[in-house]
Design a protein around this ligand. Structure first.
Ligand SMILES: Nc1ncnc2c1ncn2[C@@H]1O[C@H](COP(=O)(O)OP(=O)(O)OP(=O)(O)O)[C@@H](O)[C@H]1O
Ligand SMILES: [Mg+2]
Length: 471
């Protein structure tokens, strides 16, 4: 491809993507500025294009400008969250990255990419408020306990299981309740990680302090830091500071679920917090001392997560003072009858039924299933059976609605062309799947990425890798 085409390509590219893009040349003159950026910053494209940076944005102080930092000092800024008021006084929050383009040691341009996360930011603020409210109510319930406001708190009495490996896990958790070290729990979904974490907290000496939980995969990456450590807005916006979960959980326990979903750089910040025992709010300058016990969980083997670069080794070692591995239910089928009986009692009470026992056939049927959803799935099966059950005192196999054979069986392996190496075959397969997702999404990359449940950038990398970008 001819070099002259590049300019046109960049122009089309930045029109196409839904992030704001601003590119200045080495003299700070705006060369590219797309509509997305213009509508975010509420300026006209013409007022920025071919204008010097400080003419276009006279109100930005030189020291604050990430663009000038990139251009003059060659320093990149990566994924920085900024909250500011735009031209119309509307408060917007963006995540910006600004990088210098260096050719043969000279900075020849700087690129800024910005994503508007105002809506997500608002959502996270609401979430924090709600969590705080709930926490307040929870603490009130613990002392006053007015009728009807019971919030489920688990203790070791709620955990059933006598399998040998399960007992090892349980004993470690009991030990953990006696001391104050960090805990790292690995177990598939539904194996009882939350149950263990709560039991450790509520049976330990922090029990009168808050227990808070956050699933790291449930929050957009760019907001997690603010949720955990709080935010401090510049005083110019007139807005108040907001405390994060670490401050809210002070003196108590914070359960960090799916810690491997936490962005890598945030993992190192977390490590620092754990070593130094203070936090700093996002955008803040003050160090705030905190005393929070961390219980972290993952649902894949930690060594795999480390190998895949999803979990920092140093953070893992810091958290893994007490290591608990909860075996999957299919690895301890001997616990199935016991669990089923205890769950039967639990749901008899709930639905005011008198189902005294399980028939032999029912037990056999329960044991003959592999439970990808583990105890949670078994619990659902029993709950459904009890709630639907008639006035019989024995629960039989016909009361048990097990997931169908199709679900039980794993996804069938695709035909494998044995004449080619597996990795090449996997690449071909991946390329095919991506291609069909793209077609289905009408060529819309964001939508295809959503459908494939991968990040858009990841999909873009793959498109490049498999040469799927050109028609
Ligand atoms: N050993 C057990 N005894 C009794 N109930 C259990 C046990 N293990 C799990 N459960 C029940 O299964 C359900 C799921 O447990 P929990 O939420 O602790 O799982 P989890 O490992 O945190 O799952 P996820 O990874 O999906 O968050 C809960 O209703 C819990 O009461
Ligand atoms: Mg959980």
């Amino acid at each position: 491809m001819k070099k002259e085409y590049y300019e046109k390509i960049i122009e089309e590219l930045i029109k196409l993507i839904d992030e704001g893009v601003y590119i200045v040349d080495k003299n700070g003159i705006g060369r590219f500025y797309n509509d997305t950026m213009a509508s975010m910053e509420k300026v006209n494209v013409e007022d920025v294009l071919d204008k010097k940076f400080h003419e276009a944005f006279p109100e930005v102080r030189k020291n604050d400008s990430t663009m000038l930092k990139a251009l003059l000092k060659g320093e990149p800024t990566v994924r920085k969250q900024q909250t500011y008021k735009n031209f119309y006084g509307k408060e917007i929050t963006t995540v910006n990255s600004t990088i210098p383009i260096v050719v043969e040691g000279q900075t020849v341009a700087a690129i800024e990419v910005a994503k508007d996360i105002t809506d997500i930011r608002r959502m996270s603020d609401t979430l924090l408020e709600l969590q705080k409210e709930q926490n307040k109510r929870k603490t009130a319930t613990q002392s006053a306990s007015p009728a009807g406001t019971v919030i489920k708190k688990y203790t070791f009495d709620d955990i059933f299981g006598e399998n040998e490996d399960f007992e090892v896990a349980l004993n470690r958790a009991r030990k953990a309740a006696e001391n104050d070290a960090s805990v790292f729990i690995y177990g598939e979904t539904g194996t009882g990680k939350e149950l263990f974490a709560q039991s450790i907290h509520y049976c330990g000496k922090r029990k009168d302090k808050p227990f808070l939980a956050q699933n790291c995969a449930a929050i957009p990456e760019s907001l997690l830091e603010g949720i955990l450590f709080g935010t401090s807005r510049g005083s110019f916006t007139g807005a108040v500071d907001r405390e994060g979960l670490f401050e809210q959980a002070n003196g108590g326990t914070l359960l960090l679920d799916e810690i491997s979903a936490m962005p890598y750089d945030l993992q190192s910040k977390l490590l620092r917090v754990l070593q130094e025992d203070y936090i700093r709010r996002v955008g803040g300058t003050r160090d705030i001392p905190v005393n929070v016990r961390i219980i972290a969980t993952v649902n894949e083997p930690p060594e795999d997560l480390i190998a895949q670069g999803k979990l920092r080794k140093d953070l893992f070692y810091r958290l893994n003072v007490i290591n608990i591995q909860i075996p999957a239910l299919r690895e301890r089928p001997d616990d199935i009858p016991l669990l089923a009986e205890r769950l039967l009692e639990k749901y008899n009470k709930k639905f005011e039924k008198e189902i005294w026992m399980l028939s032999e056939g029912a037990v056999k049927k329960l044991k003959n299933y592999d439970y990808p959803g583990n105890v949670r799935e078994l619990e659902n099966i029993i709950e459904q059976a009890v709630s639907m059950g008639d006035n019989e005192h024995v629960l039989t196999e016909k009361n048990l609605a097990m997931p169908t054979a199709a679900r039980k069986g794993r996804i069938p392996a695709p035909e494998y062309e044995k004449s080619i190496p597996l990795d090449k075959y996997m690449d071909e397969l991946e390329a095919k799947i991506i291609k069909s997702a793209l077609i289905e999404a009408g060529g819309n990359i964001s939508r295809a990425a959503e459908q494939l449940q991968i990040k858009r950038q990841t999909l873009q990398h793959k498109l490049k890798r498999y040469n799927l970008t050109e028609k």
